[in-house]
Structure formats: C-alpha cells, structure tokens
Write a protein that binds this ligand. Structure first.
Ligand code: URA
Length: 276
C-alpha cells in the first residue's frame, strides 16, 4: 500500500465517522489498530497528516497488510457484497464471535431500493444465519407485506434487503456494546455504500445510533426523515418492541412510518422526499 493510497483510505474512513480500525484475528489474538491520530490531521496544508497515517500503517504492519487492506475499501465501485462477506470471513474481531453459531450477514434482494437495518441477530437468526426470521422477523414480514398490499404497492419482503448493525448474536440478546457496533458497523457501512438504496429504514435505536449517531431516543426520531451520506433514513420502532402488548400505539406509528418509506421508495413515477 503506498502513501497516497493509505491517505485516501484513512480519509475515507474518517469521512464515515470511523476512528478506530479493528483487524482480523491473528495467532489467537484480536489485533487493534488505532488510527485516531492518523485520521484526524491538524488543519493546514502541511499538517503532517501523511506521516501520522504512515505511523498507523507501521503499527499494523505485523498484522499483515493484506488483512489491513481487506477492511479498507475506499472505492465503493470496486466493492461488492461478496467481497465484504469474504473480508468478514470467520470474523473474530470482537467478543461476539465467542457465543455465535452463525454470522448473519444479511438477506434479500441485493439490488433492493430499500434496506432495513436492525440491531443484531437473536437466537433464531443465529441458528439459521438469516436476519429477522424469529418472532420479530415474522412481524416485520407482515408489516412490509400487508402495508404494501394495502397501499397498492407491488412490494414484498423478498424485494427489500435486510441486515443488522452487528452480525453476531449478542449474548442473551443484550444491546450491542459501542465497540462491537463500531467494529461491525464498518461492514454495515460498506454494505450500504455498495447497495446505495433509495432509502434506509432504521429499526430501533441501535440502528438509528449506528447510522445517525443519534443522541435522541427513537420516539423523538421516528416518523421524520434523516440522512446517511445523502441517503434518506427513516428511523422507526424495532419490531421486538412492537410485540409487547402495551405498545399498540407505537405499532400504529410504525405502520405510518413504513407507509411513508414504501411510498417514497416505490411510488411510480418517483416523487421528491418533501412529498412524504
Ligand atoms: N432483531 C434484530 O435486530 N435483528 C434480527 O435479525 C432479529 C431480531
């Protein structure tokens, strides 16, 4: 990797809001490359940015520069879902690998105009290696299929793409830790960069936080359009939350949110976001 390529790659990740790069396992250890300094050049034309970037490279050299570049994929045109999955491999980059059965990468139409992002796999997903196949997943399927049907849109669950912020099941279905989100989030960002959907629906606060750095709760954010790298993002409630019997009001709201998203993405001819 030459100087210029490294600079471009670090700049790309900095632009995505990533400050730390986590490298694959080697010799039983998880190697962590801190590129915070390298990714934050001081202002000014001759800022020493390249030297800092090179220092970051030096610190990861023992790992294997091929593994290093596997995480970097600055040119979205050259990246692909297959390549991302290949780079993920039998991932051991964080503690979530310890209890997982299967990595849940994502499923659905790889050319989808709409991507749903959940939090992380549950027990059923961990067993099958597919996202949203348990109870919450069945509700999500119903929500997509029934809303589209009612609204006269020819869309079904198989037409969209579904994935999660973390690809391995957190033990006991706990919320993913910030470092787990940061590590795995790099793959999510690449998935979205490759797919370039017309819109993203963030299911629950973990997905909203991963995509939007949200500090507000999901109740405040839902129902309104936000943006991730110029792609409209609609945060809404997570289907697991809607399964609780006392959240019936939220269910109605989530249906409204989904209606907006489906119409924005699938109405023909397309209408501007401001219409929704
Ligand atoms: N909950 C999620 O957030 N994702 C899944 O895949 C299943 C349940």
């Amino acid at each position: 990797m030459d100087r210029e390529e490294l600079r471009r790659q670090l700049a790309f990740y900095k632009d995505l809001g990533i400050r730390t790069l986590y490298l694959p396992e080697r010799a039983g250890q998880v190697e962590v490359a801190r590129v915070e300094e390298a990714a934050t050049p001081p202002p000014g034309p001759d800022s020493g940015w390249e030297d800092a970037a090179l220092k970051a490279e030096v610190s990861v050299k023992p790992v294997d520069s091929k593994m290093f570049s596997a995480l970097f994929q600055p040119d979205a045109g050259a990246d692909s879902l297959d390549r991302i999955q290949q780079d993920m491999g039998d991932c051991r980059r964080c503690r979530l690998c310890e209890g997982r059965n299967k990595i849940v990468f994502g499923s659905g139409n790889v050319g989808a105009k709409l991507v749903f992002v959940g939090e992380g796999p549950g027990a059923d997903e961990d067993e099958q290696g597919l996202p949203f196949v348990g109870r919450a997943g069945q509700l999500l399927t119903q929500m997509i299929d029934n809303t589209a049907l009612k609204e006269g849109l020819a869309v079904r669950r198989g037409d969209v793409y579904i994935c999660n912020v973390v690809k391995c099941r957190p033990p006991g279905n706990r919320t993913p830790e910030p470092d787990e989100m940061e590590i795995c989030g790099q793959f999510l960002l690449r998935q979205l960069m490759v797919m370039q959907p017309r819109a993203i629906c963030a299911l629950g606060s973990t997905a909203a936080k991963a995509l939007l750095g949200a500090r507000e709760g999901i109740t405040k954010m839902r129902g309104k359009w936000h943006q991730w790298r110029e792609i409209p993002v609609m945060p809404t409630y997570h289907p697991s939350y809607l399964l609780r019997p006392y959240n019936q009001n939220a269910k109605r709201e989530a249906w409204e949110d989904l209606k907006k998203v489906l119409h924005y993405v699938y109405d023909e001819p397309p209408r501007p976001l401001s219409d929704f």
